[in-house]
Write a protein that binds this ligand. Structure first.
Ligand code: ZN
Length: 316
């Protein structure tokens, strides 16, 4: 059994830029690429397998027809989505529903997400939470467009990690390059878009009513407890364990052996260069490489000088 390497899927966005080319070396179709859907089974941009027996197949096909690769899960769709986002400009202020609301109103999962900051220009900040104490107050402040009072802004720097559960009002600010691990959902309720217009003079749709309904009020600052295990010069950092996914950073300097901890593991190289070794075979890992270690791969090794953000669905 080989690891499954993914072809990137690029998404053009009004706020996107060129760092997926200048930092990651991807060939981009234009200068406004906001997102690489690095590992995705979502119909709005599904990953294709680049290598091995499943070359040319899509991740959603494998999920449907080769459930053994994922430990025979019960979920109907591949539940995780990994993206790299380049915010050349501010993203809209937004909120995502939870599973119950998402399934009822949108026919798909809700979206809990988390961000690892790969890079951030000086002065970069995010919107992360709000100040309203009641739903009525939230509605009133939105209606009166009191954005400075309502929105909580937080400065960010390279290496920061943020947990963004469904119901959290948030926005990624300009200058930030992040890796996002999220539930596989494309449902976004836009609260505020800075009154921006596209090339045709159109504003993007807002979803005020849904936003007010799904926002957690008052805002709760999500708790995270980060832990680190040293392995020689390398470190395995656990950022998050939730019902939806666990997220780790593998900081490799030299050589590290891994034992599988979940039915399958997702990984994206965010810095450096090295190799992945599975069953005595070696695979090159370069910046932006994304792969899944399927259920049949019980152990693997990584060597080189590189950093990887990894995730898994936990033991269900
Ligand atoms: Zn979001």
């Amino acid at each position: 059994m080989q690891p499954l390497f993914m072809e990137p899927v690029f998404q053009e966005k009004i706020w996107g830029g060129t760092r997926l080319n200048t930092v990651f070396g991807f060939d981009l179709p234009n200068d406004h690429i906001g997102e690489d859907w690095a590992i995705s089974g979502h119909p709005h941009g599904v990953s294709m397998i680049k290598n091995g027996a499943y070359q040319g197949k899509t991740l959603d096909e494998l999920w449907k027809n080769h459930k053994e690769l994922f430990g025979n899960p019960h979920e109907e769709v591949f539940p995780l989505l990994v993206k790299i986002l380049d915010a050349e400009d501010d993203l809209s202020v937004q909120v995502h529903p939870d599973d119950a609301y998402g399934l009822k109103h949108e026919g798909e999962l809700g979206k809990t997400e988390c961000w690892y900051v790969i890079d951030a220009k000086p002065g970069s900040e995010i919107v992360y939470g709000h100040s309203a104490q009641t739903r009525e107050e939230l509605a009133k402040m939105i209606e009166e467009e009191r954005w400075d009072d309502l929105l909580v802004r937080v400065p960010v720097k390279k290496g920061d990690f943020f947990y963004v559960p469904s119901g959290t009002i948030h926005a990624i600010g300009k200058g930030i390059l992040i890796l996002e691990t999220q539930q596989s959902s494309d449902t976004t309720y836009r609260v505020y878009d800075y009154d921006r217009k596209d090339a045709e003079g159109n504003t993007r749709e807002l979803h005020i009513q849904q936003s007010i309904e799904v926002t957690t009020v008052p805002a709760r600052k999500p708790e995270i407890s980060i832990s680190e295990v040293r392995k020689g010069n390398s470190a395995i950092i656990t950022y998050l364990k939730t019902d939806f996914f666990n997220v780790y950073e593998w900081q490799i300097k030299g050589h590290v052996s891994f034992d599988k901890k979940a039915p399958y593991t997702l990984a994206t190289v965010i810095e450096g260069y090295g190799e992945l070794i599975v069953n005595g075979e070696s695979y090159e890992l370069e910046l932006g490489t994304s792969f899944i270690l399927p259920n049949q791969i019980k152990t693997w090794e990584i060597q080189g000088a590189l950093r990887i953000i990894a995730s898994d669905p936990g033991m269900k």
